[in-house]
Ligand binder design. Structure first.
Ligand code: AMP
Ligand code: MG
Length: 406
């Protein structure tokens, strides 16, 4: 049986991006830029004022309270062509307006006093170049400002817009087919009768796909017979990735792998040394990844988190596909029955100073969903550790949106 680490590695080795597309820069948020962006011009494009104030020559401002003649006014949006600051003079200027010739500093309005409409007194020392933003100071024409492979965030959007780029090439969001299997399943919206169970996996997996940046495509429920599996799996294989839940163990109604094989999906592995999630299967058809996850709602979410999500991020061109991992100190003893496999514990995290503390979020039986709801991270307990004592350190994969602060 493959180890948890081997399975993660083999999956990533089998994943390639779906393709690329041009999108508006706001639509590019959270997505990966395909190629370097080179600046077509300098930024700023011309020397301009960083303050509302007066453009001056510092040679005229050696004494405090020197008086200068105001000979012009340049608001933002105006041009400075033909405007010059002559010796003994100042030009009133607004933030962002171009610096007139002759000026070598801007004095903020707060450090001046207009003595009449035509004269201004400089009330503070003036340094050469102060409050001037020089052409090309931020970015030089021809410089690579954003490297291919970067994830676009609002600052990148700002840079792209400033450089005149309205659209950029990014990796495509994969279409991910989601299929649940089982005769016991009913769709949400109806109260289950005897023997019935709400199909929550389709929705939790669709949400997880969306959170990772993919586009979920719900295929519905395959019933526990070959015809239904054939129809639904065939439909699911039209997407860029297929994720199924349940029907992947060794039971006589577990038909997912049988039918995937029939449909030409090459099984890369079945069964991984993790708990929960042992029956997870991974296959490929024409480069398309197919994940068959266990049916148990906790197991399906944890295996999505640990195996499918990294693959999905890699398909979208991301390099850093694993959740942030850090060390946390156990708050309590962990007794681990199935210690031949890597155990993925659902935990809560607390921070005290620069240390993180891990507590289990409840009983770890795979059937208990509330423990998953109450967790912010997964603690990775290596195989062979049947007991871990409070105070020992473990690796944790943080997927929550917050860490409790003590
Ligand atoms: P199986 O792998 O088919 O034996 O299913 C394992 C467990 O997961 C059973 O208790 C199922 O009822 C449950 N289960 C299977 N599919 C779903 C689903 N789509 N939503 C919620 N629970 C499910
Ligand atoms: Mg079943």
């Amino acid at each position: 049986m493959l180890s948890y680490e081997q399975a993660r590695q083999i999956i990533l080795e089998n994943i390639t991006p779906v393709g690329t597309e041009q999108v508006d820069i706001v639509e590019a948020i959270g997505r990966v830029l395909v190629e370097d962006v080179v600046a077509p011009w300098d930024m700023p494009l011309w020397d301009n004022s960083a303050m509302d104030g007066y453009a001056v020559r510092i040679a005229d401002c050696s004494e405090i309270s020197c008086k200068l003649k105001v000979t012009g006014y340049i608001p933002a949006g105006a041009r400075a062509d033909g405007v010059e600051v002559k010796p003994g003079c100042a030009v009133k200027i607004m933030t962002g307006a171009p610096i007139p010739s002759g000026a070598d500093a801007v004095v903020p309005i707060e450090e001046t006093e207009e003595t009449s409409g035509e004269q201004v007194a400089i009330q503070a020392p003036v340094a050469l170049c102060q409050h001037i933003r020089y052409r090309g100071e931020d970015v030089r024409s021809g410089q690579t400002v954003i490297a291919g492979g970067t994830i676009i965030r609002p600052p990148e959007v700002s840079m792209l817009a400033s450089l005149g780029r309205a659209r950029v090439p990014v990796f495509i969001r994969p279409l991910v087919a989601i299929l649940s299997t089982g005769d016991e399943l009913i769709e949400v919206g109806r109260t289950p009768g005897a023997g019935e169970l709400i199909n929550s996996n389709t929705l939790s997996l669709a949400a997880a796909v969306r959170e990772a940046g993919g586009i979920p495509r719900i295929i519905g429920i395959a019933r526990d017979n070959l015809e239904s599996h054939r129809e639904k799996l065939q439909e699911g294989l039209k997407a860029d990735m297929l994720v199924t839940s349940a029907g992947v163990s060794a039971g006589d109604r577990d038909l997912v792998r049988v039918v995937l094989d029939e449909l030409g999906v090459k099984q890369v592995f079945w069964k991984v040394g993790v708990k929960p999630g042992k029956p997870t299967a991974f296959g490929v058809k024409d480069g398309k990844p197919v994940f068959s996850l266990p049916g148990n709602p906790v197991a399906s979410l944890i295996t999505f988190e640990e195996f499918v999500r990294p693959a999905l991020l890699r398909m979208m061109g991301q390099c850093q596909v694993l959740r942030p991992t850090f060390r946390a100190i156990l708050n309590e003893d962990i007794k681990n029955k199935e210690s031949d496999r890597t155990t993925l514990l659902r935990i809560r995290l607390e921070r005290e100073g620069d240390r993180f503390y891990a507590s289990t979020s409840g009983k770890q039986q795979t059937g208990l969903l509330k423990t998953m709801v109450n967790s912010a991270a997964i603690a990775v307990i290596p195989p062979g550790r049947g007991f871990m004592a409070a105070g020992e350190e473990v690796d944790v994969h943080f997927f929550g949106s917050y860490i409790d602060l003590i």
